[in-house]
Ligand binder design. Sequence first.
Ligand code: ABN
Length: 170
Amino acid sequence: MKFLDTLFEQKSRQLAQRSSRRGMLKGLGTLLVGGAAIPLLPVARASAAASKPAEEGDPNSCDYWRYCAIDGFLCGCCGGSANTCPPGTEMSPITWIGTCRNPVDGRNYVISYNDCCGKSSCGACLCQRDEGDRPPYRSDKTNDVNWCLGTSSAVYHCSTAVVVGVAFED
Ligand code: ABN
């Protein structure tokens, strides 16, 4: 028993002399961060692919597939794009949601129609496709609404059509 005690003591002392606490923490940190990143990488790529489908068509034309449920001026004709607000305007965080079929891959996508706010009505490229729109007495299902809510200005300028992701289909 004395022999084992001495052996373990010696080995522990040798290990302690050869290694530092900082080095051990560094190794542990590398293992944890590296290990966590490995399963995340393919997931990140998959979600990026879902939110950026292959597309065709002119985003400044009312025929563009993403505009199937829109009611407003196309931001692409107002100095912005289908995804971004024109300079000097602010994107509303509260939106009208539609589901549109992408003709390239035949899949349905959830589209968020975020209004851009803070400048008077753009007036260019009015587009009213209104798919799924219901009369205003169903306020949760109407798109004929100024969604400039939660923004610093309630003045409507134009509408974007941001792809949220692939729609759930059963
Ligand atoms: N969501 C576009 C819009 C803004 C003001 C009035 C009607 C529709």
